[in-house]
Each structure stands twice: as structure tokens, then as C-alpha cells.
Ligand binder design. Structure first.
Ligand code: G
Ligand code: G
Ligand code: MN
Ligand code: NA
Length: 259
């Protein structure tokens, strides 16, 4: 595969860049943070989304240096926002972790190192791990996540609701945030909203809150959806209604608008 063999040189040449999508408080619409989403500016194929190359990077192991670069760069960016908008309370940065990164023996040490060098407090970082990566996870796999959580780093369960994890199992995981998959928000776009989807979201939110987990919803595209999700008790949201993933300047302007 041509893309696979081009990956290592692409990292060396700086062909990857990060777009940021804001996460907002559903209560008042102010910015809570941003998710870092990596893209590849390929010299022949143009801008490629993560779906095109993350699986290849996972497969070849390049995801480890690539993921390290994403973490370093987005934490540096978050610290920059933080220093300029300290009055608005802590601004969070969400970074995706792939299963290979999760298994990497230096995950904790490198994360600590990145945080220390940037000056960003651990509680401003949220690492997103997919539900499927944690299904059946044993203690060896959970240990580094526990260590990070003890330091104050938030762990979010990404794409929640698409895997088959036992809800009761959530108690065992060192997570503090559930990111409800876009498939749930989609059901809320219909008029009237799908009553079964409403009940499911209501149930998940109530369970999550009883376990002291915050709920973030993905894929919010309309104001009506946002209002519905706010009424259901979701805490934060992300989606095209607020902003598409974009350059870091966009987050900067949103923060200025909130102030
Ligand atoms: O919104 P977008 O098309 O960029 O995201 C598609 C998928 O790629 C999402 O599921 C997201 O979690 C994943 N993704 C985006 N950036 C990264 C990254 O830096 N590392 C990993 N492992 N996954 C990412
Ligand atoms: O769930 P996952 O992390 O795989 O999804 C990330 C993808 O969803 C990215 O491609 C991102 O650009 C896209 N995305 C972000 N917000 C929205 C939205 O409101 N609607 C839709 N359809 N896609 C979105
Ligand atoms: Mn994610
Ligand atoms: Na996601």
C-alpha cells in the first residue's frame, strides 16, 4: 500500500497537522475545550482524514511516534490558549489514543513528560479511548490509565454505545467522561425525535451521573438537538452546529467571544 510506506517520511517532513473541534457546555454554549483531530496533507492526494491513515499507522506501529507528536502539539496549543484566556477557567484538550498507544510501555512516562515540558496542568488533558479498545481489558491494560487518572488526567470513553460493554463494567474502568456516539444524536434529528433514542440517552445519562461520569454528546448538528440533549441532562457537546473541526485560530476567536 503506497500510503503505508509513505507514512514515516510524512511524519519527518511535517505533513501532518491538527484541526480542533470545540466542545461546549450545553448549559450556556461557552467553550469547554477542544478535540484534536489529526489530518495528513499528502503531496499528491491532498488532505486525508484520519480514517484513511490511522488504521495503517496502527498496523505498522507508526501510530506511536505520530500519536506522540499529536499529543505534544495539541498540549502545546492548549497551553497557549490557557495562558491567554486564564479568566475563563480551565480549557480542556481532548486527544485520541489508539489501542497500540494504550499498550505502549512508555505511555505514562511520555504523557507526564509532555505535560511537564508544556506547563499544562494534567486536569486540562482528556485522553479519549474507544469503548471497543477497553472491552475485556485486563488490569495490565487498565493500570497505565489508572495512573494517568490518579494524576488528574481525564479519561473519556469515546464512541460510547457502539461497543458491547456491560454498563455495570463501567465502574471498573478509570474513566470520568462518556462520549455518546453520534448514532444517538442522529435519532434526535428527526421530527419528532425517535422516542426510543430519547429513552436510551436518558438512561445512559442517569447511569453516567450516578457513577459521577460527565456526558459529552457528539454530532450535534441543530439547535433543536442541542436543546433536547440539554434537557436530557447531557453536560457538553460537540458538532457542526457549534463548529466543524478547524484551525487553532477558530478556538481562539470562540474564547474571545465568550470573554
Ligand atoms: O473527525 P474526523 O474525521 O477527523 O475523525 C475520524 C476519527 O479519527 C475519529 O474517530 C477520531 O477519534 C479519529 N482520530 C482523529 N485524530 C486522531 C488521532 O490523533 N489519533 C487517533 N488514534 N485517532 C484519531
Ligand atoms: O465519532 P468519531 O470520533 O469517529 O467521529 C469523528 C468524525 O465526525 C470526524 O470526521 C468529524 O469531522 C465528524 N463530525 C464532527 N462533528 C460532526 C457532526 O456534527 N456531524 C457529522 N455528521 N459529523 C461530525
Ligand atoms: Mn474522539
Ligand atoms: Na468519537
Amino acid at each position: 500500500h503506497g500510503l503505508t510506506t509513505a507514512l514515516p517520511a510524512a511524519l519527518d517532513r511535517g505533513e501532518f497537522f491538527i484541526e480542533y473541534q470545540p466542545l461546549v457546555h450545553l448549559g450556556d454554549g461557552t467553550v469547554h475545550g477542544a478535540e484534536a483531530l489529526v489530518r495528513w496533507c499528502h503531496p499528491q492526494h491532498g488532505v486525508l482524514g484520519p480514517d484513511r491513515f490511522i488504521p495503517l499507522a496502527e498496523h505498522t506501529g507508526l501510530i506511536v511516534p505520530l500519536g506522540r507528536w499529536v499529543l505534544e502539539e495539541s498540549v502545546r496549543q492548549a497551553n497557549f490558549w490557557q495562558e491567554r484566556h486564564s479568566d475563563g477557567g480551565p480549557l480542556r484538550i481532548n486527544v485520541n489514543l489508539s489501542p497500540t498507544q494504550l499498550h505502549h510501555p512508555r505511555l505514562v512516562a511520555e504523557t507526564v513528560d509532555v505535560l511537564e515540558r508544556s506547563g499544562l496542568e494534567p486536569s486540562a488533558l482528556c485522553l479519549e479511548v474507544t469503548e471497543s479498545a477497553l472491552i475485556g481489558a485486563d488490569d495490565d491494560l487498565l493500570k497505565p490509565l489508572r495512573q494517568l487518572a490518579e494524576m488528574g488526567v481525564d479519561i473519556a470513553l469515546d464512541d460510547f454505545g457502539t461497543g458491547y460493554s456491560n454498563l455495570a463494567n463501567l465502574r471498573r474502568l478509570p474513566v470520568s467522561v462518556l462520549k455518546l456516539d453520534r448514532s444517538f444524536t442522529r435519532g434526535m434529528q428527526q421530527h419528532p425525535a425517535d422516542p426510543v433514542d430519547l429513552k436510551i440517552v436518558e438512561g445512559i445519562v442517569s447511569l453516567a451521573h450516578s457513577l459521577e461520569l460527565a456526558v459529552t454528546v457528539e454530532g450535534v448538528e441543530t439547535g433543536a438537538q442541542a436543546e433536547q440533549l440539554r434537557q436530557l441532562g447531557c453536560d457538553t457537546a460537540q458538532g457542526w452546529y457549534y463548529a466543524r473541526p478547524g484551525a487553532p485560530d477558530r478556538i481562539h476567536s470562540l474564547l474571545l467571544a465568550d470573554a
